[in-house]
Design a protein around this ligand. Structure first.
Ligand SMILES: Cc1ncc(COP(=O)(O)O)c(C=O)c1O
Length: 478
């Protein structure tokens, strides 16, 4: 049986079985595929997982409780979940060259929380237990416990600022990490938009943080992790790298040497669903000295593991271990460069002037006189899905923003290359040039806009033509 008929049969059967119980859900599943097939997906944090990865999630592995870790469960009957988790962890270690992998986190945020608690457990809790001469927090007397709880709250973190491209979980107040740690952030150079390592070093010496976090959601450049580790060592900090966005580029050996975080970080976290192209989820990699603390993620901060998702992580990691994945990862970066060059040639302004990873940050305020919110909406009307994003020192704030973030992992999965990226650059530029800010009673609106007649229709038609040449899941015919 061909791949086409196998995948088609599998999904037809799945939809029939679901529809027999709740047709609304079967219709929504079909509708989502239809949407994804008819939009140019440029959201830098999204991708298309393979049918094998997706199918691995739809099984009875979901029905098993498996708190604990491989061989040390709080529930009986976990022998097959152990097989799944052990294989996923083995593949993660292999793909990233890491001494230890923990594959239970349900998402990137959860992976970061596991990492923070593991660092606190190793650096703050364990010394307190050692000092008291006990093995477990339950054995501390009330005074020692109160002192330890205060000590947790006194720890400092240094992370990348939000408007330079950092993530909310890197110590910002709206997130639990900002309530847990006293956070200071480093930004980027106002002239070049690039990370300034001398400034990170200066701040690290001033702040003396327990943890330095490197990694980003919206920084279009690579990081020198050897330099970050050197700084961390100078001040006795634990270096944590959140490679949620660029894990696929690490797995695919685009980022090697000083650009590969895994050998330099004490602990590395990631999502599995962005450039890594796996199921929605997270994982943690760490040096041996942190392993015992990381493995306590569930039930320390995580709910029960999702064995069906760990199975899908194993499938996706097996795909990432193949030589083709390296070609894919390199193509992501070639495409991002082509997209950036296409936009620059048409006169747009990009944060840092370009890219050397998978994402491009388009400054729509200086390029087109729009807010990010207006640009995002106009592009969606035209069949191009992006997300608005703050740019460094953004005058429009985090809600309206002045930027739009564009990423190439998804279109690269469809097989598009640099010439298609030039066409995509033209679609974006044409749409945004035809978009103007609407005016309200109190001046120019930050949300409302108009697009010149016919532009949306013409752009949609061109996007559809492109997508017809590079169909999503051609092996699935519903
Ligand atoms: C750098 C970074 N870390 C963590 C996350 C959170 O991932 P998740 O949405 O899977 O919790 C994101 C998601 O956007 C991210 O960009």
């Amino acid at each position: 049986m061909s791949d086409t008929s196998r995948a088609t049969d599998a999904y037809r059967a799945l939809l029939d079985v679901v529809a027999a119980v709740e047709p609304t859900i079967a219709d929504a599943i079909r509708g989502e595929l239809d949407n994804q097939r008819h939009q140019l997906k440029l959201i830098a944090s999204e991708n298309y997982a393979s049918p094998a990865t997706l199918l691995a999630m739809g099984t009875w592995l979901s029905d098993k409780y498996a708190e604990g870790t491989v061989g040390h469960r709080f529930y009986a009957g976990c022998e097959y979940v152990d097989v799944v988790e052990a294989r996923a962890a083995e593949l993660a270690r292999q793909v990233f060259g890491a001494p230890h992998a923990y594959v239970q986190p349900h998402s990137g945020i959860d992976a970061n929380l596991v990492a923070y608690w593991a660092i606190l457990a190793q650096r703050v809790e364990q010394p307190a237990l050692d000092e008291a001469g006990v093995r477990h927090v339950n054995d501390l007397d009330d005074a020692a416990w109160a002192k330890l709880r205060r000590a947790f709250g006194e720890q400092r973190m240094l992370g990348m600022s939000l408007d330079a491209g950092g993530h909310l979980t890197h110590g910002f107040r709206p997130n639990i990490s900002g309530k847990l740690f006293d956070q200071r952030s480093y930004g980027t150079d106002p002239e070049t938009g690039l990370l300034d390592y001398a400034e990170v070093r200066r701040l690290a010496h001033e702040v003396r943080p327990l943890v330095i976090v490197a990694g980003y959601s919206a920084y279009p450049r690579r990081i020198d992790f050897a330099a970050m580790r050197e700084i961390a060592d100078e001040v006795g900090a634990t270096l944590m790298v959140d490679m949620a966005h660029f894990a696929g580029l690490v797995a695919g050996k685009v980022m090697t040497g000083d650009e590969d975080p895994v050998p330099f970080a004490h602990i590395t976290t990631t999502t599995t669903h962005k450039s890594l192209r796996g199921p929605r989820g997270g994982l943690v990699l760490c040096q041996p000295e942190l392993a015992e603390f990381v493995d306590k993620g569930c039930p320390m901060v995580l709910g029960g593991p999702l064995p069906h998702v760990m199975a899908a992580k194993a499938v996706a990691l097996a795909e990432a271990a193949r030589p083709e994945f390296r070609d894919y990862a390199h193509a992501i970066v070639d495409n991002a460069r082509a997209l950036a060059e296409g936009l620059l040639r048409r006169g747009a302004t990009l944060v840092t002037g370009g890219t050397d990873n998978h994402l491009v940050l388009l400054d729509v305020a200086s390029s087109y006189g729009l807010t990010g919110r207006q640009a995002e909406s106009a592009l969606l009307d035209a069949g191009v899905v992006t997300n608005r994003n703050a740019i460094p020192r953004d005058p429009n704030g985090a809600w309206y923003t002045s930027g739009v973030r564009l990423g190439t992992p998804a279109l690269t999965t469809l097989g598009m290359g640099p010439s298609e990226m030039d066409e995509v650059a033209d679609l974006i530029d044409t749409t945004l040039r035809a978009t103007t800010r609407a005016s309200g009673p109190s001046g120019p609106s930050k949300a409302k806009y108009t697009v010149a007649d016919g532009v949306v229709e013409r752009t949609r038609a061109r996007a559809a033509e492109l997508l017809e040449k590079f169909p999503l899941y051609p092996e699935i015919v519903l």
